[in-house]
Design a protein around this ligand. Structure first.
Ligand SMILES: Cc1cc2nc3c(=O)[nH]c(=O)nc-3n(C[C@H](O)[C@H](O)[C@H](O)COP(=O)(O)OP(=O)(O)OC[C@H]3O[C@@H](n4cnc5c(N)ncnc54)[C@H](O)[C@@H]3O)c2cc1C
Length: 470
């Protein structure tokens, strides 16, 4: 069979490889001029060639847990079948480092610092606890259930799916508002507890992993290697699919628009396929100009499946000063702050090396959305301002003097709209219908996994089998 795949993110590429292994031929249409989608290693080029400086503008870490085993299997597969030069080497990703310091209302301290609750003025019953202890008292029983038997545990979670995590904390656990705000500020990002109870428990499950990995030289090596195994001849870059139509003979026709050739001429490419796999987020399906209309609930899922904005800025500095300071040098990990960028992520790659380095500032949800109204120069100005506040206690560090350049990405501006983070009830009403095939059209992607915001489960094997059995 000849299968058309829309999207060359990890889901589309993974699907392409599986289908090729089953003996099908594939053509992958990718709207952008690169493969990888939300896996995107940005390389700064202004420095000496020897100084290969990059940061992860998209996915950056993989939990070493059985729940994410598919990514590790995938990497093993790529290393077995790919060329030596594309070999993917995993290195440890440091999630927490002992010296990471939080920053709250102008003061620095460990995340586990018991003073924070008093500083926030929490009622006496909650005052001697850290945010992590408070959160743990609610989520650990759920994590234990999921670890004992994931499918049973997930079914039980769905009993509270109509609740937001905030409603659960208010009405089932009985916390006052300020306690919820305090825990959300230290353990999450602004307004995240308005997402579904299910989403937040799943997120805690993934983050409750001790060992983590990342890819030496950048996560994009994974999608580059996958693309070269699929074969670049089978991938049409700069090809945005804008029309999907069922043909009378049961096949599916795709049309894609793009700029091609030496002179960048605008071209339309139309081709019929025995089956089509849509490997894009729902917002991208929604914006295909002309496509079939499916069932009412499928359309509601495409319209409604909730995505949250994510914002990342990589600041390129002359030295890795965060590793060199006498005051709490940080080798990896991240600092939670109440500053506008919210999290400082210290890179796990090239730790201890000389030369320049990149600090990553990372916001989610409402904290990320707020950057979108500002021009890039203002965003950089605010980030440097707040970072210099963070380092104000260290006379040796002058972030302005260290600064070289920045690259930032607002994932809402991309066609995907950020990462899937479902609202209350959306797992119950959208999850199954969104996955359902529509004739010879199949759906894969991050939002169809119950581990949203991760690359772990592109949900393809079942689909590949279905295509084969047709
Ligand atoms: C900031 C950020 C941080 C993240 N951190 C992590 C992490 O640390 N670890 C982790 O495991 N995961 C992380 N994730 C999640 C992970 O990146 C995603 O789950 C995964 O990459 C999604 O892959 P996908 O193939 O399903 O979708 P995508 O990567 O979004 O791929 C979809 C592709 O479809 C293309 N497309 C869209 N419309 C069309 C069209 N009409 N025609 C043709 N092509 C089209 C897009 O250009 C894109 O390339 C992060 C995501 C973000 C945004």
């Amino acid at each position: 069979m000849h299968v058309g795949i829309i999207g060359a993110g990890i889901s589309g590429l993974y699907t392409g490889l599986l289908l090729r292994r089953e003996g099908h031929t594939v053509t992958i249409f990718e709207a952008a001029d690169r493969v990888g989608g939300r896996i995107y290693t940005h390389r700064f080029t202004s420095q000496a060639k020897s100084d290969d400086i990059y940061f992860e503008a998209g996915a950056m870490r993989i939990p070493r847990s059985s729940l994410h085993s598919k990514v590790f299997d995938f990497i093993r597969y790529l290393n077995t079948h790919g060329s030596a030069e594309n070999r993917i080497e995993l290195i440890p990703y440091v999630l927490d480092h002992d010296n990471n310091r939080s920053f709250f209302r102008g003061e620095k301290g460990l995340l586990q610092d018991p003073r924070w609750a008093a500083k926030a003025g929490l009622p006496a019953t909650y005052r001697n606890k850290t945010a992590q202890q408070l959160l743990g008292s609610v989520v650990i029983p759920w994590l234990t259930l999921l670890r004992q038997n994931f499918d049973d545990g997930f079914e039980k979670l769905l009993q509270f799916d109509e609740y937001s995590f905030r409603t659960y904390l208010r009405s089932v656990v009985g916390w006052p508002h300020e306690v919820i705000e305090f825990v959300e500020l230290f353990c999450s990002q602004t307004n995240q507890y308005d997402l579904s109870f299910t989403e937040i428990i799943m997120q805690n499950l993934d983050f409750d992993t001790k060992d983590w990995a990342t890819v030496r030289d950048g996560m994009s090596r994974m999608t580059q290697c996958a693309a070269s195994l699929v074969g670049f001849k089978s991938i049409r870059l700069n090809s945005r699919v804008d029309r999907i139509a069922y043909l009378n003979d049961g096949r599916v026709e795709l049309s894609a628009q793009g700029l091609h050739g030496l002179h960048g001429l605008h071209q339309t490419h139309t081709e019929a396929f025995d089956a089509v796999v849509i490997a894009t987020p729902p917002a991208a399906i929604h914006s295909i100009v002309d496509r079939p209309i499916w069932s009412f609930m499928k359309e509601q899922a495409i319209r409604g499946a909730h995505y949250e904005p994510l914002y990342k800025i990589g600041l390129h500095f002359r030295t890795r000063f965060w590793e060199r300071t006498d005051k709490s040098p940080c080798f990896g990990g991240q600092s939670t702050t109440d500053l506008r960028f919210r999290w400082i992520v210290y890179p796990s790659n090239d730790m201890g090396s000389n030369g320049s380095g990149v600090l990553l500032l990372y916001s989610w949800m409402s904290d990320a959305a707020k950057w979108s109204g500002l021009p890039q120069a203002e965003r950089i100005k605010i980030c440097l301002h707040d970072l210099s506040k963070y380092y104000a206690d260290d006379a040796e560090i002058d972030v302005y003097e260290q600064y070289i350049e920045a690259f930032d990405i607002m994932w809402t501006a991309e066609s995907c709209g950020g990462d899937a983070m479902f609202l209350p009830g959306q797992f119950s009403r959208f999850f199954e219908v969104a996955k359902k095939r529509e004739g010879q059209i199949f759906f894969v992607g991050e939002h169809l996994s119950n581990h949203h915001t991760w690359s772990q489960d592109p949900k393809t094997p079942r689909h590949a089998k279905a295509i084969k059995l047709k």
